[in-house]
Design a protein around this ligand. Sequence first.
Ligand code: URA
Length: 453
Amino acid sequence: MAFRNLPQELIRAKRDGEALLPEAIVELVEGISDGSLSDAQVGALAMAIFLNGMNAGETVALTEAVRDSGEVLAWRDLDLTGPVLDKHSTGGVGDLVSLVLGPWVAACGGFVPMVSGRGLGHTGGTLDKLEAIPGYDIAPSRERFRRLVREAGVAIVGQTAELAPADRRLYAIRDVTATVESLPLIVSSILGKKLACGLDALVMDVKSGSGAFMATLEKSRELAETIAEVASRAGTPTTALLTDMSQPLAPCAGNAVEVREAIALLTCEKTGDKRNGRLLEVTRTLAAELLMAGKLAESRDAALALLNERLASGAAAERFARMVTGLGGPADLLEHHDRYLPQAPVVRPVHAERSGRVTRMDTRAVGLAVVALAGGRRAPNDAIDPAVGLTGIAALGEEVDGERPLAWVHARSEADAERAAAQLKAAIEVNDVGLGDVTLPTLIQDVIRGEVP
Ligand code: URA
């Protein structure tokens, strides 16, 4: 494209700490998408933004420009009977909320076209989990995707090349120019992709604690506040929850093991079981916010009542089954998951060196133990092993001893299991203390509702 403003002059302005006008931001993002900005210029721009930040208006303009850099999904022609809703998380360990929330919200009258990602660093990815299901197609045609959203109310799939292409190039360049950890760049990257899905409302789960993407509670809070404000100003009502990730959210981490956990929760096998309490609580709170934002419930109490009813009746499980079969998975997955989901050949308990209570966890290290088992990727093109992972992970405050292990390791080989056991023991601190001596983190630390202007 022909630049009205020379890109180097815009980069210079940002370098010198000036705020860019929305038109200049649109031009720069177009230049990123169509290749008329060189890699060097994109890298320099990213570094100027990293060092000098952006004000809220600039971040909104950047988010809108990234959103509009490719296809923006539209749903109106399908005459859906309810709102188009979605959830996104900054990523965690044992965080299988999406697998449960999508079908659950669909069972309550929402329509959830969820475009998800793969594992990143120590965190698991929804697409990797779904690919543990034989036959599940994460890249259906656009027609099949739209049909499934209309008929099942939910489809969880991967990103297409047409969705927010500016982000793909910008993210790849940020990755190699030490410019990932920039608030406006993170916010516009996450929201640019999500808002391109044509949503009526969005809920964001921003994690804090030792397994979170942001290093401190203050930074996580700032991210949550900025996301709620920017998305809402860009026209999509958004609520951000600040939730705890100082221990895995579910008692398991891995791909097939997390799908099993999702099925257990959806089919109520374990509802009321306290091991599932945190996962259920976060999922239900996020879903309730969506139902209220989508006007499917008038109050939090009404939203919770509807959600409870649709889980207990099996309606949420039924939506999950429809999504799986609609995307090529087995029709009887819920009834016979052990027939379909892969199991690791080596499964063994890992006991702590001493009896006591779990007092602290390095959740990031727990996630990295799963990656080392080949449950995640070390390099972008690595194949992952869907069968491996951890189950029965002890919670903060729980007693462990010769009977109750820290967790069970599911590994491809004895050597892999051995290494994961050592990593787990190093990641989980056990001390001989009473329950009152353990600081149990608040699970849902804040709910931040963005104001649509
Ligand atoms: N996830 C994204 O999609 N983008 C970021 O910049 C960070 C996390």
